[in-house]
Design a protein around this ligand. Structure first.
Ligand code: BTN
Length: 239
């Protein structure tokens, strides 16, 4: 899948994103916008050859299989918790794909399998947020057996309409973050499948197993009373 009419996308999302561009191929849209890009810039790529994932991992981004893009935001004054920013784009995806749930912090899943990943980088006073949504993958191209794609879940999308819907939802959810709107966290908690789960969280210096009490007001996961801002969560009884 690819963009058919970039002008239509640009016009439809101009309220939130005044500078939307599209390239056939690049190394990483996040790396490109980290180098330069004013707030309101979006870069969409059909293919990334060196895409970055969470925790230093590679991200598989084959040609035409994903909606892969990055966007630049301005950090508000006073700043809002970064942990809440990283949950906003995931909530935006669930606004458009109601079948989806979020594994903390921002793995977008359907039926416990990942359909999208989100990576944010803070470079004051900008934030670069990248997202890769598997829209049309072949089973053979899935990076893990816990990955899936919209088409493989029976959800067919029109690529341009889907791009417009996601960018509009992103614009609204980022505005909630910038304004400190408590509805963002309330909506995140409603779609976060990690709350109440038995989990193992991998930390930089070991791992912890326990029950998730909640996601706190900073967007951190609270496991048996202790809050963690960063880590790789595994649900021990996946759906
Ligand atoms: C994850 O590991 O779950 C996060 C994956 C983030 C991938 C997206 S694709 C667009 C943007 N560019 C990158 O290099 N990474 C992000």
């Amino acid at each position: 899948m690819t963009v058919r009419d970039i002008q239509r996308i640009q016009d439809a999302v101009a309220e939130y994103w005044p500078n939307v561009t599209w390239v056939e191929s690049t190394g990483s849209t996040n790396a490109d916008l980290l180098r330069e890009g004013a707030p309101g810039t979006v870069l969409i790529a059909d293919e990334q050859t060196d895409a970055k994932g969470r925790l230093g991992r590679q991200w598989v981004s084959p040609k035409g299989a994903q909606l892969a893009m990055s966007m630049v935001l301005e950090v508000p004054d006073p700043p809002q918790p970064f942990g809440l920013l990283s949950v906003a784009p995931g909530v935006a995806v669930t606004d458009v794909v109601p079948e989806a749930q979020l594994k903390w912090p921002n793995d977008v899943q359907i039926g416990g399998k990942k359909i999208a990943g989100i990576l944010s980088a803070l470079e004051m006073p900008r934030v670069i947020v990248g997202i890769g949504i598997n829209v049309a993958m072949r089973t053979d191209d899935l990076p893990t057996d816990t990955s899936t794609a919209l088409n493989l879940e029976g959800i067919e999308v029109d690529f341009d309409d889907f791009t417009i819907d996601i960018l509009t939802a992103m614009g609204r959810r980022f505005a909630q973050w910038q304004q400190g709107d408590p509805q963002l966290l309330a909506d995140y908690r409603a779609v976060c499948s990690t709350i109440g789960q038995q989990v193992r969280i991998e930390l930089h210096d070991g791992s912890v197993t326990g029950a998730v009490d909640t996601i706190n007001d900073e967007g951190e996961v609270v496991i048996d009373g202790t809050a963690y801002a960063v880590g790789d969560v595994h649900h021990l009884r996946p759906q």
